[in-house]
Design a protein around this ligand. Structure first.
Ligand SMILES: [Fe+2]
Ligand SMILES: [Fe+2]
Length: 190
């Protein structure tokens, strides 16, 4: 179950629907970054015991990346440059230093990114049905996996320090709500 305190901004969906090729390129980069992020988390001592779980997530994200690349190829859309997401960089800038604080914050940020992807893929699966059935099916097929990643990262943080995870989750859910209200004019998932 997703815990978000603010809905996706009303302008997001029309912006995405009217710029699907650019959004698909952005999506490809999002999956690529999700794969490298899972591997980056393996640097934390607290996550050494979770290395195989993190590898499994990285492999899954890499498969998602390949699926989006296949879609781009089928549609004749060139793979292009990524745009930085103000929402993601806003979250990541708030990660505190210090081994224990850093790993908890980093896991919560990853979890929120996965959770927002899960939420937005659900919206796209529903809204694209009448417009682009292939894409609607594709987004529907990713929802469960991103939802599992959302839960996996929260559970990893809780296993390290449950009370601190609760405290920081409270902070991050407010922060996410604040950041998501700031409009991003670019056609991006986040
Ligand atoms: Fe993914
Ligand atoms: Fe994911």
């Amino acid at each position: 179950m997703l815990l978000f305190r603010e809905k996706v901004a009303p302008g997001w969906l029309p912006r995405v629907l009217s710029n699907l090729p650019a959004v698909l390129v952005d999506h490809a980069h999002l999956e690529r970054k999700a794969a490298t992020t899972a591997l980056n988390l393996e640097k934390y001592r607290d996550l050494y015991p979770r290395v195989e779980e993190l590898n499994a997530i990285a492999i899954e994200e890499l498969q998602h990346f390949q699926l989006v690349l296949d879609l781009l190829k089928r549609r004749g859309i060139p793979f292009g440059q990524p745009h930085p997401s103000p929402w993601i960089s806003g979250l990541m800038k708030s990660v505190r230093n210090g081994q224990r604080h850093q790993v908890i914050d980093h896991l919560i940020c990853c979890s929120l990114i996965e959770g927002r992807s899960c939420e937005k893929f659900q919206i796209l699966a529903r809204e694209l049905k009448a417009i682009d059935a292939e894409l609607a099916k594709f987004y529907a097929s990713l929802v469960e996996s991103e939802g599992n990643h959302y839960a996996a990262y929260i559970l990893m943080a809780r296993a390290i320090d449950n009370a601190e995870t609760d405290r920081r989750l409270d902070f991050y859910l407010d922060f996410d709500a604040k950041l998501i209200r700031e409009r991003n004019p670019l056609p991006m998932l986040h």
